[in-house]
Write a protein of this length. Structure first.
Length: 165
């Protein structure tokens, strides 16, 4: 029932006569594993960056990671995953792979997955691949489906802010 060949298949062969050769053979096995580690490192996700409700940002925000905005932003926001909190107001274009709007956005929204919660207020066009709008969400603008809204929207004209007429 016990097979010694199975136990030693993945290990370097050890010869009792050459005990000094053991340390030389041992580092050879971990090398392939060490080379596999760097490709896995970029996949690790970090916690999202959070802009608190008492923070106001004037200017554009761009990140490769995730961001949650609870404060006010006057400028464009680009992220992998973007969550607009209930107390947040963004005046500018927002772009991301996954966008969840719980607060207010005045400007264009471009995302692969866009979700407007019941507390969302969006004044501007939405360009998306998939969209979900919960009952109670307030939306003024147009909705357009595109296969790649992030790439295709780069050359389109930005919306003018709504006038107070």
């Amino acid at each position: 029932m016990f097979s010694k060949t199975r136990v030693t298949e993945n290990r370097p062969q050890q010869n009792p006569a050459s005990a000094g050769a053991e340390p030389v053979a041992a580092p050879a096995a971990p090398e392939p594993r060490a080379s596999e580690t760097p490709p896995a490192a970029p996949r690790a996700r970090t916690a999202p960056s959070v802009l608190s409700s008492d923070l106001t940002v004037t200017g554009n925000i761009r990140t490769e990671g995730d961001i949650q905005i609870e404060g006010n932003v006057e400028g464009d926001v680009r992220a992998h995953q973007l969550v607009v909190g209930e107390s947040a107001t963004i005046k500018g274009e927002i772009v991301g792979d996954e966008i969840v709007v719980n607060g207010r956005v005045v400007g264009r929204v471009r995302g692969i997955k866009v979700r407007l919660s019941a507390t969302a207020r969006v004044e501007g066009d939405i360009i998306h691949k998939t969209i979900a709008i919960e009952s109670g969400a307030h939306f003024e603008g147009s909705v357009q489906r595109q296969d790649d809204p992030i790439a295709n929207g780069g050359g389109t004209k930005k919306l003018a802010p709504p006038s107070a007429e």
